[in-house]
Design a protein around this ligand. Structure first.
Ligand SMILES: [Zn+2]
Length: 90
């Protein structure tokens, strides 16, 4: 069974990036839902990178590491499904 010639009717993918903790103070690199660290409390942006400046100590932070698309799933018109994983051999 081959899906090569079948039209894709649905495509899902997972795109990932890594936001590291501050090298200066150790604060998490993403906004938090919990006000334990008041400077990082931002319920409207939980999980998003805090940006180029640490909100807690003011140190410069590196850009998030972009891992790109690490997984995708394509559903074809004939009902077949193709799953692709970054780095996986075909
Ligand atoms: Zn910091």
């Amino acid at each position: 069974m081959t899906a090569v010639n079948s039209q894709i009717v649905k495509r899902q993918c997972l795109i990932a990036s890594v936001s590291r903790a501050c090298r200066n103070c150790g604060a998490p690199g993403v906004w938090q839902a919990d006000p334990v660290i008041p400077e990082l409390f931002n319920p409207g942006a939980v999980g998003q990178d805090v940006g180029a400046i640490c909100p807690r100590c003011g140190a410069a932070r590196p850009e998030p590491e972009q891992l790109g698309e690490i997984w995708s799933r394509e559903t074809h018109a004939d009902g077949s499904v193709t799953i692709n994983r970054k780095g996986a051999s075909a």
